[in-house]
Design a protein around this ligand. Structure first.
Ligand SMILES: [Zn+2]
Length: 126
């Protein structure tokens, strides 16, 4: 995932990639102080791991929105067909679950991402 820090020289936020899931893991890999080069001013900064943080993933956010919209789209389409054909109550229940599934997937994706961000940002090195 991407971890972020602010350049102490020019205050630009920049990121670096890592597969560490927590700050402690990150520090074990790279040390308590990491040297990162600012892409904006070119300065190589020694950043303490406690100053490094992560953010919600944009791709997971977009993916969950897509799942949600496509699911609602399909569910709505089926619902319209069912109403037009005057199907039974069972059909309506099935459609209701089709409409619920995307919201369920959406909330799971969002929750997973929040957990990932929290587990990194909430652990500090002493
Ligand atoms: Zn800079």
């Amino acid at each position: 995932m991407n971890v972020f820090c602010k350049c102490p020289n020019c205050a630009v936020e920049y990121c670096s990639k890592t597969n560490a899931k927590t700050r402690v893991e990150y520090a074990k890999k790279y040390g308590n102080v990491v040297k990162l080069e600012c892409p904006s001013c070119g300065e190589v900064n020694a950043i303490h791991v406690n100053k490094i943080y992560t953010k919600s993933s944009k791709s997971i956010f977009i993916l969950s929105i897509l799942v949600f919209l496509i699911g609602i789209g399909f569910g709505g389409y089926y619902l319209m067909n069912q109403i037009l054909e005057m199907k039974t109550v069972v059909g309506i229940v099935v459609i209701a679950s089709i409409l619920l599934a995307p919201s369920w997937v959406y909330s799971i994706l969002q929750k997973e991402d929040r957990l990932r961000v929290n587990s990194f940002n909430r652990t500090y090195l002493k």
